[in-house]
Design a protein around this ligand. Structure first.
Ligand code: NAD
Ligand code: MG
Ligand code: MG
Ligand code: MG
Ligand code: MG
Length: 341
């Protein structure tokens, strides 16, 4: 299987763990990725300090998890590897408070490349700049680690002042469990551009607009909103689960031949390839990044409008009622989670 991949995949046995052994890692932020990476590093025997503001409500949680907590500035100044795991939109501000703690030869590490790629953070030339990005949400990064498994991850090196940046990133990826599942090398540019394109054109933007357009087409034609909700939104999970497990062929093999023939002949007609290319262009030329940065500087006026329109869409009201019918599903999932180690 793996011989068909176009890139090298690094596993535990390919990684020299000594590249992180004597180092102190500062984890800035204790959210989804922060709590998971900090605890996995700690369990792997790496010296970890969590950097949080005095006022942060996460302080008690990190301490209860047995971790040492300092302010971001103190943690960064003590550490050899400083990992930015606060939200991307606040990273430039946090960076200003920790910049002085980055000595020559230290590493500034990210889990997503936005702020480096679009020039919102410009580290000194004598610092290594790397990325270790688990390809999954933090709770899975933690849960799989505790089961002696891991989630696949990406590494990237933007700036290699020491000559050791890649080896260190691999050792870090191993310590958080990613090299148990496989680590792939990419660049900051590729990670950012594919991530933004994917979430806009396909995953978050494309899918929700496809669902809304399908729902509205049926409702406008006089069909019951409940039927439209089931057909266009609820069943999406079943299809995505099949694709996740077995790719497109796994899905086509499981649905009826009628669904397969209809899908294969009709699907493409709702796709706007030029629209997709435009999305990619605006990601590549920085137009989207500039728009999102000024939107944040202006306190998110457009974001708030789009969000409120989304909240008031009929599909949300119908969905809230219909999802009650699936309450048993949620209880089941909770029970599964409670059984997990
Ligand atoms: P998050 O929103 O879950 O957590 C951020 C944490 O940062 C908060 O819990 C808090 O402890 C702290 N924080 C918030 N505001 C702050 C401020 N103003 N100053 C200082 N600290 C503050 O973040 P996340 O989703 O873990 O994302 C962290 C990084 O990881 C981002 O670069 C993101 O793109 C990347 N990433 C996330 C995921 C994911 O699954 N969530 C996956 C891959 C990469
Ligand atoms: Mg330091
Ligand atoms: Mg992504
Ligand atoms: Mg993203
Ligand atoms: Mg059907």
């Amino acid at each position: 299987m793996t011989d068909k991949l176009t890139t090298d995949v690094y596993y535990d046995e390919d990684v020299d763990a000594s590249h992180i052994e004597d180092k102190t890692v500062a984890i800035l932020g204790y959210g989804s990725q922060g709590h998971a990476q900090a605890q996995n590093l700690d369990d792997s025997g790496v010296d970890v300090v969590v950097g949080l503001r005095e006022s942060s409500s996460s302080r008690t949680e990190a301490e209860a998890d047995g971790l040492r907590v300092e302010t971001p500035a103190a943690a960064a100044s003590e550490a050899d590897i400083v990992v930015m795991l606060v939200p991307d939109t606040v990273q430039p501000d946090v960076y200003e408070t920790i910049e002085d703690g980055l000595d020559a030869g230290d590493t500034l590490q990210f889990a997503h490349g936005f702020n480096i790629h679009y020039g919102q953070i410009e580290p000194a030339a004598d610092v290594d700049v790397t990325m270790v990005a688990p390809k999954s949400p933090g709770h899975l990064v933690r849960r799989t680690y505790k089961r002696d498994e891991g989630t696949p991850g990406l590494i990237a090196v933007e700036q290699d002042a020491t000559g050791d940046a890649k080896q260190e990133a691999l050792a870090y990826a191993r310590a958080v469990g990613c090299a148990r599942a496989g680590v792939i090398e990419t660049t900051f540019q590729e990670e950012v551009e594919t991530d933004l394109f994917g979430e806009q054109a396909v995953l978050c933007g494309g899918v929700t607009d496809l669902v809304k357009a399908g729902f509205e087409t049926l409702v406008d034609a006089g069909y019951a909103p409940e039927m439209a909700y089931f057909e266009c939104l609820n069943e999406l999970k079943l299809i995505v689960d099949l694709m996740y497990e077995g790719g497109h062929m796994g899905m086509w093999n499981s649905v009826s031949d009628t669904a397969e023939y209809g899908g294969l002949t009709r699907g493409e007609s709702v796709i706007d390839r030029e629209g997709m290319e435009k999305i990619l262009e605006e990601v590549q030329n920085g137009e989207f990044a500039r728009e999102w940065i000024s939107e944040n500087q202006a306190n998110r006026p457009a974001y708030k409008q789009y969000r409120s329109a989304e909240q008031n869409h009929q599909i949300e009201r119908v969905g809230a009622d219909l999802r009650e019918l699936f309450a048993w599903d949620g209880e089941d999932a909770d029970a599964d989670a409670a059984e997990a180690p």
